[in-house]
Design a protein around this ligand. Sequence first.
Ligand code: CP
Length: 334
Amino acid sequence: LRKPKGSPTIRELLANSPFRNKHIVSVSQFSRNELHLLFTVAQEMRLGVEREGCLDVLKGRVLCLMFFEPSTRTSSSFDTAMKRLGGQTVLISEAHSSTQKGESLEDTIRTLDQYGDAIVLRHPSDESANIAAKFSDRPIINAGNGSREHPTQAFLDLFTIREELGTVNGLTITFTGDLRYGRTVHSLCELLKHYNVTIQLVSPASLALPDKVRETLKSRSQLGVVSTKLTPEIIAKTDVLYCTRVQKERFEDPQLYEQVKNSLVVDNATLKHAKQNMIVMHPLPRNAEIAREVDDDPRAAYFRQMKYGMFVRMALLALVMTPVEEGKRRFSFV
Ligand code: CP
């Protein structure tokens, strides 16, 4: 790989990783320079996978994947990311764990701490990631804690915007759907503090962004239009339309879910008002909020977004799990 003269090689970046053996619990741990490091390594991972398929950066290392909530993308992209880095994985689901016999989160974490070199955790409790970090000597990577955060999704979302549109600064980003429970939105809003952006919010009143997050956006002068309808004017200004699913599993009252579940739908008629070079994103899974007809529009970036996620997770795993000496020795594709 060709490098601009004087810039560090990927081996040097990994050897000097600020995240080696660190818990990754929140996006707030990342400065703008550290995000830049993550994305630089992710771009190298993309090139490495396209050229070699698999690398040997984490050969001999084992990653525990503890998924106590359903997942397709996050679990399988961490799994493939680790395998494409030459490492191995162990998957533990709640249904097949001793949680069924009453074992606590703390004891489950202590157990995996004895076996693996790092633990990826998805859990329905908002406090789970911090509890796990307290009881584990191995790095914990938060893969979604209740409705609080989903840091690696936010990293891959930002990487997607950079790869697709070339920059984040100067963009107008419109969040639609379930902004109340959507942890991916909460994490991405926090990360966007590093950039000069305008954020538009579109959701049913009952699913509005929590006041605390909204006030933060306002204090940064990033808050644009707030609406319950996705109007042609809002769409016309948008560079990134970030759609989210109404999260049935977080509603205590099923009737309230029924009232709002299909209140915001993006279809080809919606996109008639959109810029030609905008993108539509979604963390997925989706229900009815993006019509299937949109899939054929080149502006639909949500399937590409999933693939960017694997490169970002490869980069994060390499930055967290590569031992110093092995980082120098093993990055053989550079
Ligand atoms: N985006 C996301 O977290 O998808 P999964 O729930 O399928 O992991």
